[in-house]
Write a protein of this length. Structure first.
Length: 259
């Protein structure tokens, strides 16, 4: 259960494609809320918000993700997760990533500062009071920034069923290469109404929390917002789902499918 919040904050980051021209799918003020559940049982909620801020004299987007257990789950397994990223407004690349979590007593307090010119990441472990520099791959993204970078760069006009794309991500002191397969378009029923979506399957490592490539499916809106709508995953203890529960501040018009 301690992976519930991480699921929402990381999975959307694997939606990948290469664009032929610059596109901006989001802006300051965008906010999403997700309900994470096992069937009817609500385990937790997670929110992601885009704010304006200045970092080292540069205007940046400050994106904050918060996940907290709710109801019965909080009584025996308390979850409080905070994720933050500071990204360049033009290129959507990360300068700083923060992960501060408490999952049933398991805690982490990590800050990562990215040096893109030298392809390095300075990882500061505030809990253990350590600092270490790692070499990163080209065009590196952190767990959260990749979500926004790839939303801006997905080229829907060139997507074909079965297409596979890749993204470099740095997380937990390691470089990861994620592969994503496009499954097609689908209209799904949500609390908000029926939404036309792009459907993807990330291919993840078998020794992580997820099983093999059939374990995870992600739906994002098939419009200029490209917002995450639904995430369904099979994990070691069963199957869980994250559904978009509320939103505001979308940059582009949003349409519900009317029968």
């Amino acid at each position: 259960m301690k992976k519930l919040i991480l699921l929402v904050l990381i999975i959307s980051s694997t939606v990948v494609s290469k664009a032929q021209e610059r596109h901006s799918s989001f802006d300051t003020g965008e906010w999403f809320k997700f309900r994470i559940h096992y069937g009817w049982f609500t385990a937790s909620y997670a929110t992601i918000e885009v704010k304006d801020e200045t970092l080292n004299g540069m205007p940046v987007h400050h994106i904050v993700g918060i996940g907290k257990s709710s109801g019965l789950l909080s009584a025996f397994f308390k979850v409080e997760d905070y994720y933050e990223t500071y990204i360049d407004k033009e290129e959507v690349k990360p300068y700083r990533f923060i992960r501060k979590i408490n999952e049933g007593g398991h805690t982490k307090n990590i800050e990562i500062n990215f040096d893109h010119q030298n392809k390095q990441a300075l990882v500061i472990d505030k809990k253990h009071k350590t600092k270490k520099t790692f070499t990163t791959k080209a065009d590196i993204q952190d767990m959260m920034s990749s979500f926004y970078y790839l939303r801006n760069n997905i080229n829907v006009s060139s997507l074909h069923k079965g297409d596979e794309q890749y993204v470099n991500m740095f997380f937990d002191n390691e470089n990861y290469l994620f592969k994503l397969r496009f499954l097609g378009r689908e209209t799904i029923k949500t609390k908000i109404g029926k939404i036309r979506c792009l459907k993807f399957r990330p291919i993840v490592q078998a020794d992580r929390v997820f099983k093999e490539e059939e374990s995870l499916t992600v739906w994002v809106s098939d419009d200029d917002n490209r917002m995450p709508v639904k995430i369904k995953a099979d994990i070691l203890v069963g199957s869980i789902q994250a559904d978009l529960d509320a939103f505001k501040g979308l940059k582009h018009p949003f349409k519900i499918v009317v029968d």
